[in-house]
Ligand binder design. Sequence first.
Ligand code: 5GP
Length: 208
Amino acid sequence: MTKPVFVVISGPSGVGKTTIIKALLSRRKDVIFSVSCTTRPKRPGEVHGRDYFFITKDEFESMIERGEFLEWAEVHGHLYGTPRKFIENAMNEGKSVLLDIDVQGAMRVMKTFKDGVFIFIAPPSVQALVGRLKKRKTETGESIKRRLKDAKWELSFIDRFQYLIINEELDEAIYELDSIITAEETKVTRLLDEVERYKKEVLESESG
Ligand code: 5GP
């Protein structure tokens, strides 16, 4: 018996967040990934509705006006937002939800979801991140530069998070994420209904 949790993951571009999250989702069917909307162009291999909802700037702005985002931010020159409906539906179904959003988004969500679990994924070093971004080949030179500058800024927010995963060994990082979610789902403070049930059972057994 566990309680669903609201998990927010942040970390610089190129740190391996997507790979870690995909591996986690394939082993944990009880966790739902929150698919964001973005105005960024689709990369090869990305699927609309699975990786992102790729929408136009006009569509994005209408969604802002209608209040359809839980949070949104401009990241690396593009707009990204978390659709509110998606999160509400998942939580109503009793599923744990996982968001991959930038630090600005995470800071905003921290104010609303006080019992959320906030995890920062960092590279082993800034130098290692430079290498990874260059190897990725999905970005132009200009975009790499921008992402690096943003990465350094994002790293300055680590101490606002509850957990830090350093992605040196992929398997270890996946294990750590899985363990954090399990530990959070089994916290006594999240399972107060269960605690009450035991108390009641003990009382009943003593009076019977
Ligand atoms: P990428 O373009 O590499 O897929 O993502 C760039 C950055 O945007 C990542 O740091 C990712 O966490 C962030 N991001 C993705 N979706 C959202 C979102 O809905 N809101 C916010 N604030 N950031 C997002």
